[in-house]
Design a protein around this ligand. Structure first.
Ligand SMILES: *[C@@H]1O[C@H](CO)[C@@H](O)[C@H](O)[C@H]1NC(C)=O
Ligand SMILES: *[C@@H]1O[C@H](CO)[C@@H](O)[C@H](O)[C@H]1NC(C)=O
Length: 395
């Protein structure tokens, strides 16, 4: 033998490797034995911490470790201590942030109009509630804290979508609370939906309305204002589902899954259809266009905004993170950034399908394992709801 030491090294290495595999195998099988997921659908474990923390320097957390790109967002995030608020003493308050962005981004005038508008007001985040007379959105009472709050992002004119949710998966049920998140019913250039929305609000008491323009680029406002509302009116809620109004939720399957989660996962939950390798789209005029002068790098792992579930106790943490994460135009990517700032990772579940081909609604047996699908028309939601009621036991 020419190299007895090599042989020794090799066998030691192999032993270590075997030990590692054994340890991983036993700890994983322990986990799945202790917490059998409904139909074995628990998603794979990740090695991240399960308690939120917010370090003083967020740059490393947000992946900014290499040379600093010159893009505006990256530069801002590097320098940002906290976003100016409405009442901040800084000259101009929240408006100043947008004005500075417009002045400092060299090709700002070539940005699409909605992105320009977003940036101009992106740091302005507190808006009053729009509460029509006679309507009331009750707080969660001490005796009736919901297990799951359904927070559905809608828009004032989408009456049919909201009604379909009320008639199907958003029906009143023990432990469940339903709320729709909306901006102002006045809109830009009309029509004036104030009296219709006021009637709806009195009839159902499930509309949370705020006085800002309800456009897709303002969806992050709904997230942040909901988190603030939760802190005041529903701090003990276990889980919050954030969904679009064209989503369909298979409630029994979702509730089974949430109830079976290991407690450590449940405490820091961020669950949905997770994108891990997403990058900004660079086609001017195309959907989700992000100019290179605004943002460089990849997106954080994030759960698709079509629908995801978070742990209720994270609400104050997310608000703290949001004060220190530079504004980003897409609500779901921004939520991903805030979770990343807290050191928490999203968990993916194959039952969340946020780009679901509608023709699949015809096969009832595939439905059983679904948790959330979209987009569905109000009529398709009602049809799917009926199919699920009639689901045969052989499925
Ligand atoms: C923040 O972290 C980054 C990346 O680790 C580092 O380069 C930078 O110097 C830190 N900034 C401060 C103010 O400590
Ligand atoms: C969001 O709402 C605010 C307040 O109504 C408005 O000033 C801003 O322009 C809106 N954002 C977009 C992108 O339209």
């Amino acid at each position: 033998m020419r190299c007895p030491k090599c042989l020794l090294c090799l066998s030691a290495l192999l032993t270590l490797l075997g030990l590692k595999v054994y340890i991983e195998w036993t700890s994983e099988s322990r986990l799945s034995k202790a917490y059998p997921g409904p139909r074995g659908t628990l998603s794979g474990p990740t090695s991240a911490s399960t308690e939120p923390t917010l370090p003083a320097n967020l740059s490393a957390r947000l992946g900014q470790t290499g040379p600093l790109p010159s893009a505006y967002w990256n530069q801002q995030q590097w320098r940002l201590r906290a976003l100016p608020s409405e009442n901040s003493a800084e000259a101009g308050g929240c408006q100043a942030w947008g004005a500075a962005a417009a002045a400092e981004i060299p090709d700002f005038t070539s940005y699409p109009e909605d992105l320009r508008r977003f940036l101009l007001s992106a740091a302005c985040r507190s808006f009053p509630q729009w509460l029509p007379e006679g309507s009331q959105v009750a707080s969660c009472s001490d005796t009736n804290v919901p297990f799951l709050l359904l927070a559905v992002k809608s828009e004032p004119g989408r009456f049919a979508e909201r009604q379909a949710v009320r008639e199907t998966w958003g029906r009143p049920a023990p432990g469940i609370r339903r709320l729709f998140l909306l901006g102002s019913p006045v809109g830009e250039g009309g029509p004036d939906l104030r009296s219709l929305v006021a009637w709806e609000s009195r009839r159902y008491n499930d509309l949370l309305l705020w006085d800002f323009l309800d456009v897709p680029y303002n969806r992050t406002l709904k997230d942040l204002l909901l988190l603030t509302w939760l802190g005041h009116h529903c701090p003990e809620v276990n889980f919050v589902l954030q969904a679009q109004d064209d989503a369909f939720v298979h409630m029994p399957a979702l509730l089974d899954h949430l109830q079976a989660l290991p407690p450590t996962w449940a405490r820091s939950l961020y669950l949905g259809e997770v994108f891990t390798q997403a990058k900004p789209l660079r086609k001017p005029g195309g959907p989700f266009y992000v100019p290179g002068s605004f943002f460089e790098g990849g997106y954080p792992a994030y759960a698709s905004g079509g629908g995801y579930v978070i742990a209720g106790r994270l609400a104050p943490w997310l608000l703290q993170a949001a004060a220190r994460v530079a504004p980003f135009p897409f609500d779901d990517v921004y939520t991903g950034l805030c979770f990343r700032a807290l050191g928490l990772v999203p968990r993916t579940h194959p039952g969340f399908l946020t780009a679901w081909p509608a023709d699949r609604t015809t096969d009832p047996c595939t439905l059983r394992d679904l948790l959330l699908v979209r987009p569905l028309s109000p009529q398709d939601s009602i049809r799917l709801w009926r199919q699920l009621q009639e689901l045969q036991p052989q499925c």
